[in-house]
Design a protein around this ligand. Structure first.
Ligand SMILES: *[C@@H]1O[C@H](CO)[C@@H](O)[C@H](O)[C@H]1NC(C)=O
Ligand SMILES: *[C@@H]1O[C@H](CO)[C@@H](O)[C@H](O)[C@H]1NC(C)=O
Ligand SMILES: *[C@@H]1O[C@H](CO)[C@@H](O)[C@H](O)[C@H]1NC(C)=O
Length: 490
C-alpha cells in the first residue's frame, strides 16, 4: 500500500521515476479493435514496439484477470506474417489483477529497431443480454464491459480502442472519468457502427498499482445485436472408424441454448409467423440454422426427443480429396419443430457417414493408418461450453497414437465393447471447454491393425451366426421333444 502522505505527489512523476529508464521496451502506438458479438467477441490489438536494448528475446503482454478468464483463444504474430509466435504464460501472482504472457521473438532485438506485433484473442461468455428479458417482438440488446486502458508493463506513447458493432446502433457507452491529463483532442467519438476511445497519450506502464488504482476503469458498451446468441451447453461427438464398412460415422448429441434475453410472457406462433412473413423476426428468436457438413457424406440423420425431424434439408457436395479439404461442403438446413427463444434449450442428435478414404491414409512403410477427426463442426457464432469427443477405433487396433492441435482439458484411452466385438475396440476420449470457430481443427489418430485382427470381425460374425444356429437347433429340439411328449400325451 502507498503511505497516505504520498497522495498529493504528482503520480506520473512518481511512476516515471520508479519505472522510467530501466524498461526494456517502449510502445509507440497501441490500437485495440473489439468486434462486438454475442457468444464470441474478437479482440485484435496491434502494438508498435521499440526495443531499448540489444539482444532481447521476448516481449511481455498483459491481460486483466477477468479478461484472461474470458479469453478462450490467443495468437500472437509479427504484423504481416502468418506464423504464430510461441507464447508462455507466466504463473499468476494473486496479488496482481493481471496475467503476464511472454512472447518469444523470432530474432533477438537491436536497440531502437522497431517492430510490430498483432495479438488476436477470442473471448467467450463476455456479453450479457441487457435487459435480461425481452418480449417476442422486442429488440435484442447486449452489454460488454472491459478495461479502458490496454494493459502493458511498458510505457506507451499513444493508445486507441475501437468498438465495432455489426449494426450502427448503440444504446450507450461509458464516458471515462479523471483521465484528462492523458487525453489529446476528443477522446470519445462514434462514427456509424464504430465507437472510439482515445487517443490517450504518454501513458506510464498501465500494469503498475499506482496507475491501476488512479486511472484504470471499466467501460461498458450497450448495443444492438442482430443475431441469436447461441451456446452448445453440451456437445457429445462420437466418431466411429470402421475398416469393415470403410466408413467414418460422426454423431453429435447437442444441447443448444439460446443465451439471448429470456422470453418475457408467452410465445405466440401467430406473432412469429407474422414477423417471419414481413421478414422482421426478432434477433433473439432462432428459427433454424445452416450447417456446413463435410462433402461426400451419406445417410445423414437428425432427430430430437420426439423423433425424426423431417423438415430439414441436406444438399450433399461430392467428396473431395484430402488435400482439397474445406473447399467444398454439404449444406444442412436444420429446422427445429419450433423456433428456439431466449432462455430455451433444444436437444437433438445429428449424424452422418462418410467414406473412410476421405479422411484416412495408410503408410506402407510403418504399417500405420492415420485418420483425421474434426473436433467439432462450427455452428454460426456459437460457443461450445462443454465437449466430450469419443473416437472409437477399429477392433484390434494397436499402437494407438494421436496428435491434437491444442491440448484437451483431459484425455483417456479405454475400451468400447459392442455386440459383435470379441475383444472390444480402443476408445479415445477428449474433453474440451469454451470452443469457438478458431478451435474447429482436427485430431489425428494413428494406429496399426494386423491382418489377423482384420479377420477377427468376419470370424466374430461367423461364430455369432453359428451360435444362433446352434441355439436355434437346441430350442427346436426341446420344442420337438415337448411337442412329441404332448403328442404322446394327447
Ligand atoms: C470457460 O468459460 C467460463 C466462462 O467465461 C470460465 O469461467 C471458465 O473458466 C472457462 N473454462 C476454461 C477451461 O477455459
Ligand atoms: C427421417 O426423415 C427423412 C427426411 O424426410 C427421411 O428421409 C428418413 O427416411 C427418415 N428416417 C426415419 C428413420 O424415419
Ligand atoms: C436450459 O438448460 C439450463 C441448464 O443447462 C437450465 O438452467 C435452464 O433452466 C434450461 N432452460 C429451460 C427453459 O428449460
Amino acid at each position: 500500500m502507498l503511505p497516505k502522505l504520498w497522495h498529493n505527489f504528482p503520480l506520473f512523476l512518481l511512476i516515471n521515476t520508479v519505472f522510467g529508464s530501466s524498461l526494456p521496451f517502449e510502445n509507440g502506438n497501441i490500437v485495440r479493435t473489439i468486434e462486438l458479438g454475442g457468444s464470441v467477441v474478437h479482440v485484435t490489438t496491434g502494438y508498435s514496439i521499440t526495443p531499448l536494448q540489444n539482444g532481447l528475446k521476448s516481449y511481455t503482454i498483459a491481460l486483466g484477470h477477468e479478461e484472461r478468464e474470458k479469453t478462450s483463444w490467443l495468437e500472437v504474430r509479427l504484423k504481416g506474417e502468418k506464423a504464430a509466435l510461441t507464447v508462455k504464460e507466466l504463473p499468476f501472482n494473486s496479488d496482481k489483477n493481471y496475467h503476464l504472457l511472454d512472447v518469444e521473438l523470432p530474432s533477438a532485438t537491436s536497440a531502437n529497431e522497431p517492430f510490430n506485433l498483432v495479438v488476436e484473442t477470442v473471448q467467450t461468455h463476455a456479453t450479457q443480454p441487457w435487459p435480461a428479458t425481452a418480449a417476442q417482438n422486442d429488440d435484442q440488446t447486449l452489454k460488454y464491459t472491459t478495461d479502458l486502458f490496454v494493459l502493458s508493463p511498458y510505457e506507451t506513447t499513444q493508445q486507441n480502442t475501437k468498438f465495432k458493432n455489426s449494426v450502427p446502433r448503440f444504446i450507450g457507452y461509458t464516458a471515462p472519468e479523471g483521465v484528462e491529463q492523458y487525453v489529446k483532442g476528443v477522446a470519445l467519438k462514434q462514427a456509424g457502427a464504430t465507437v472510439t476511445y482515445g487517443p490517450y497519450v504518454n501513458l506510464p506502464p498501465s500494469t503498475s498499482d499506482l496507475f491501476a488504482e488512479k486511472y484504470q476503469q471499466a467501460i461498458m458498451i450497450h448495443y444492438h445485436h442482430d443475431q441469436p446468441v447461441l451456446e452448445l451447453s453440451k456437445l457429445e461427438r462420437f466418431a466411429e472408424i470402421s475398416h469393415w464398412g470403410a466408413n467414418l460415422n460422426i454423431e453429435d448429441k447437442i444441447v443448444l441454448y439460446n443465451a439471448g434475453p429470456k422470453l418475457k410472457g408467452h410465445f405466440s406462433r401467430f406473432e412469429h409467423q407474422t414477423q417471419a412473413f414481413y421478414k422482421r423476426a426478432s434477433a433473439h428468436v432462432l428459427p433454424g440454422l445452416n450447417l456446413h457438413l463435410p462433402a461426400g457424406i451419406r445417410n445423414a440423420y437428425y432427430y430430437d426427443i420426439i423423433g425424426n425431424v423431417s423438415t430439414s434439408k441436406l444438399r450433399v457436395a461430392p467428396s473431395v480429396s484430402k488435400n482439397q479439404k474445406g473447399t467444398r461442403f454439404s449444406l444442412f438446413e436444420l429446422k427445429p419443430r419450433y423456433p428456439i427463444l431466449g432462455g430455451w434449450n433444444y436437444t437433438f442428435t445429428l449424424g452422418w457417414d462418410s467414406p473412410l478414404e476421405d479422411s484416412a491414409s495408410y503408410d506402407r512403410k510403418t504399417g500405420r493408418y492415420t485418420v483425421e477427426i474434426p473436433i467439432w463442426t462450427p455452428i454460426g457464432g456459437a460457443v461450445v461450453n462443454d465437449e466430450e469427443l469419443s473416437v472409437i477405433l477399429p477392433e484390434g487396433a494397436t499402437d494407438v497414437q494421436f496428435a491434437t492441435p491444442f491440448p484437451a482439458i483431459s484425455n483417456t484411452i479405454g475400451t468400447h465393447v459392442t455386440y459383435l466385438d470379441t475383444i472390444g475396440r480402443p476408445l479415445l476420449t477428449f474433453k474440451y471447454k469454451n470452443l469457438t470457430v478458431k478451435h474447429a481443427e482436427s485430431i489425428f489418430v494413428s494406429y496399426k491393425v494386423s491382418w489377423s485382427a482384420h479377420l477377427k470381425k468376419p470370424i466374430a460374425v461367423g461364430s455369432a451366426f453359428l451360435g444362433l444356429f446352434t441355439l436355434g437347433m437346441i430350442v427346436r429340439r426341446i420344442n420337438l421333444t415337448i411337442y412329441g411328449q404332448k403328442k404322446k400325451v394327447a
